[in-house]
Design a protein around this ligand. Structure first.
Ligand code: SF4
Ligand code: SF4
Length: 314
């Protein structure tokens, strides 16, 4: 494994960051034994950086697997926009992760400069908690170029978690080159940058080796969060990210795990999922949700918006 300083945070992180979204109930829904095995395998392979979120419901798995490893760096995030909700979400993270401090806590999926200022109260709450030693670093996650640019200029933010990939799928408010430039600027300003969606939620599985190398070599990027749901996938993705070729049998074992968005027959067409998708990949037609898979990055966030449990990334 290779390690890198995460900007000016003082944290040293593995260049492969374990994304816990795919193992959780919004996507594969692995059982707790499988999750623990996967997280322990990652630790054994040298991964010390784990990405989660209040939304992902994976805190108990992280606690079970990492309680004996206080050196593990955990990043989480919350959609809270007021201080009370943010304080509640941070408390939940501390309690369910079994930790006295969360290394990194982010404002989740900031959509514009406007929403960034609309979350000021939640950000101030995090900064206060950082001053109290309960959070080490504070920042934002985003798919939007202008948010990376704005966050890069905010002295009070330590970390930025932007979406970027080889094909530019899912980047909003600009293209791949715009996001690359914004990331490089933010890193020069001392922000710790770790990216998401290097494989575009599965769209780049066919070019995974190339896509992971692209992500690893981006200027200003300390780590790349990659979601995995099997040990075989983990081993192959780490190898490709670090620039070496795993044995063919490992690649074969990891293959055939392409994902798609499943919308169940019992969908009622209420539209709540469509309203929750920042990529505008969902619409309601003839009383049923429909996905435009050309726009969908298979994040699975819409699953949390459906009270009928109709949507899943499978
Ligand atoms: S939220 Fe669920 S029930 Fe409503 S349209 Fe979407 S999938 Fe269908
Ligand atoms: S449709 Fe669902 S899985 Fe696809 S991008 Fe939108 S929120 Fe994510």
């Amino acid at each position: 494994m290779e390690y890198a300083a995460l900007g000016n945070t003082g944290l040293e992180v593995s260049r492969f960051c374990f994304g816990t979204l795919p193992m959780g109930p919004l996507q594969s829904g692995l059982d707790s034994r499988e999750c623990r095995r996967l997280l322990e395998a990652a630790w054994e392979l040298g991964v010390n950086f784990f990405d989660t979120a209040d939304l992902y419901q994976t805190y108990p798995h992280l606690e079970a697997a990492l309680s004996r490893h206080p050196g593990a760096v955990v990043a989480s995030k919350s959609y809270a926009h007021d201080a009370r909700t943010m304080a509640r979400d941070l408390e939940r993270a501390l309690r369910e992760l079994g930790r006295d401090v969360v290394d990194i806590f982010l404002l989740h999926e900031q959509e514009s400069v406007l929403t960034l200022s609309g979350h000021r109260e939640a950000l101030d709450c995090l900064l206060e908690q950082k001053a109290r030693g309960r959070v080490r670093a504070v920042g934002v996650s985003t798919h939007v170029v202008e948010v990376v640019e704005a966050a890069g200029a905010m002295a009070e933010l330590d970390v930025i978690h932007p979406l970027i990939n080889l094909a530019g799928i899912g980047i909003q408010g600009g293209g791949r080159a715009d996001m690359e430039a914004a990331i490089a600027r933010a890193a020069r300003a001392g922000k710790g940058v770790y990216t998401m969606k290097a494989l575009a939620g599965g769209h780049l599985y066919g070019r995974a080796r190339e896509a992971l190398r692209y992500a690893a070599e981006l200027t200003g990027v300390s780590a790349v969060a990659v979601g995995v749901k099997s040990v075989a996938e983990l081993e192959v993705d780490i190898a490709w990210l670090l620039g070496y070729d795993p044995p063919a049998r490992q690649v074969a074992a990891a293959a055939g795990q392409a994902r798609s968005l499943l919308i169940e027959e019992w969908c009622r067409g209420c539209g709540a999922c469509a309203a929750s998708c920042s990529h505008r990949a969902l619409s309601v037609e003839a009383g049923r949700a429909r996905a435009d898979l050309g726009k969908c990055v298979l994040c699975g966030y819409c699953a949390a918006a459906c009270a009928q449990f109709c949507i899943k990334v499978v």
